[in-house]
Design a protein around this ligand. Structure first.
Ligand SMILES: Cn1ncc2cc([C@H](O)c3cccc(CNC(=O)c4cc(-c5ccc(F)cc5)cc(O)c4O)c3)ccc21
Ligand SMILES: [Mg+2]
Length: 215
């Protein structure tokens, strides 16, 4: 049977990128998705904004919701200092299998903990299972209707503390209206919109950065 799009993305990485060179992995995926097949990676334009937020926060523990093929996982992990790590949740086993290989090819497996499972099931276990106190940065890129419930769950579980930064992809396209309304109107968040474009297209999209101000 036909290969899947994630399998074709992995093949592009394995044929075009250099083992142990995260930037070449990022470049190979962006080239493939711009010139061969579109795919829902955060992409190069929004990816540069993601990079700048990671550099600004210099997080020790990062949570990523929605791994897909590991593109944004690699973007984040390549900027982390020794001892810092990104925990990334992926519920689709086929996506998780591809992402593991992309992350391995980039040489960043020591900075990444890929967990197969749904955000709602795993968030309550983060403290106990991974010894996480609170996350310094959360990158939301999974089902758009899960952004708000999972943010509230992270708050309830004490995984968001003063200074924690939430960075949400796709707040315009496909859009996350209930999440945007919440973080923009809550007195507990300072929110900022970074206008950009939907990956590999001219359509408008953007990232919303929300800093938790404490209770
Ligand atoms: C609960 N839980 N826990 C972990 C977890 C992980 C997943 C998967 O990683 C997964 C699977 C399918 C879809 C997504 C969300 N992403 C999107 O839907 C998206 C769409 C578009 C777009 C835009 C325009 C179009 F025309 C079509 C698609 C552009 C984008 O950047 C996206 O991120 C995420 C799902 C639920 C999960
Ligand atoms: Mg996205």
């Amino acid at each position: 049977t036909r290969t899947s799009r994630p399998q074709r993305i992995l093949k592009a990485v394995q044929t075009k990128a250099t083992v142990g060179d995260p930037q070449s992995v990022i470049t190979a995926i962006d080239h493939f998705c711009r010139h061969r097949e579109w795919a829902m990676n955060v992409g190069d334009e929004k990816g540069s904004i993601l990079d700048s937020v990671v550099n600004e926060v210099s997080p020790v523990t990062v949570l990523e919701l929605g791994t897909y093929c590991g593109y944004s996982t690699v973007r984040i992990a390549r900027l982390l200092p020794p001892g810092a790590c990104v925990i990334t949740l992926e519920f689709n086993p086929d996506y998780a299998a591809i992402a593991r290989q992309v992350i391995k090819w980039s040489g960043l497996e020591d900075k990444v903990q890929l967990v197969e499972g749904a955000s709602g099931d795993w968030i309550p276990w983060m403290k106990e299972h991974f010894g996480v106190q609170a996350f310094d940065l959360v990158f939301l890129d999974h089902w758009k209707e899960r952004y708000l419930p999972d943010t509230k769950l992270l708050e309830e579980c004490g995984l968001i503390q003063k200074g924690t930064v939430l960075l949400a992809d796709n707040v315009i396209c496909p859009g996350t209206p209930d999440y945007l309304e919440y973080v923009r109107n809550s007195p507990h968040y300072n929110s900022q919109y970074y206008r950009s474009h939907l990956e590999y297209t001219k359509a408008e999209d953007g990232l919303e950065k929300s800093v938790f101000l404490g209770y």
